[in-house]
Design a protein around this ligand. Structure first.
Ligand code: HEC
Length: 170
């Protein structure tokens, strides 16, 4: 009896969660459809700075190839997706669609989940760069990730930048 009720509750929760997920995906697609992707030079220092942003503030939840789960990432519900486990887009149109959706999510966050909105602390350019980099992570191996010149450098400096952000607002 108790088990029945538990299973019923569990199933309802699953259906409800799937409905919310469906509504969220439709909303992200609709909101991002007409965005224009910013042209970005992936070899530039600005791009490297954007990748450092990802390493400083995103990997605690989304991890990166070769990184062990963090205590925080393990406890998330819903779980944060691991981008490197996703397949890269197979054509340019699909790639741009994914990047636009990522931009929208990074800027606005996802309600009722742990995904924060980064739009109030980051300008559009750095958000576009993170969106492009998140797609670059699709299918990336630990070796490729370790070989990125920005990984492991300036991490502390960058953390520091982020830590002092709130102070600037006082
Ligand atoms: C505190 C944890 C946390 C942090 C930090 C975080 N995210 Fe997320 N993020 C999540 C969770 C949880 C989801 C999944 C929400 C869901 O299931 O809808 C998510 C979803 C996303 C998505 C949508 C993925 C999809 O399914 O298409 C993108 C893109 C994303 N995050 C990028 C980032 C970037 C870039 C950063 C750093 C600037 C970041 N996130 C920082 C928790 C986090």
């Amino acid at each position: 009896m108790v088990l029945d009720r538990f299973l019923c509750g569990f199933r309802l929760r699953k259906i409800l969660y799937e409905l919310i997920a469906w509504a969220r995906i439709s909303s992200i697609t609709a909101h991002s459809k007409n965005l224009k992707v910013l042209a970005i030079d992936e070899a530039s220092e600005t791009f490297s700075a954007g990748v450092r942003h990802y390493n400083a503030i995103c990997i605690i939840c989304h991890l990166a190839p070769g990184l062990k789960p963090s205590d925080l990432s393990v406890g998330l519900y819903p779980q944060a997706p691991l981008f490197f486990k996703r397949a890269p887009a197979t054509n340019q149109e699909e790639k741009l669609k994914i990047i636009k959706e990522y931009f929208w999510v990074i800027k606005n966050g996802i309600k009722m989940t742990a995904m924060p909105a980064w739009g109030s602390t980051h300008d559009d350019e750095s958000i576009w760069i993170m969106a492009v980099f998140v797609h670059q992570l699709h299918g990336m191996t630990a070796e490729d990730y370790g070989a990125l010149s920005v990984v492991g450098h300036d991490h502390n400096d960058h953390q520091y930048d982020h830590n002092i952000l709130p102070l600037k607002n006082f």
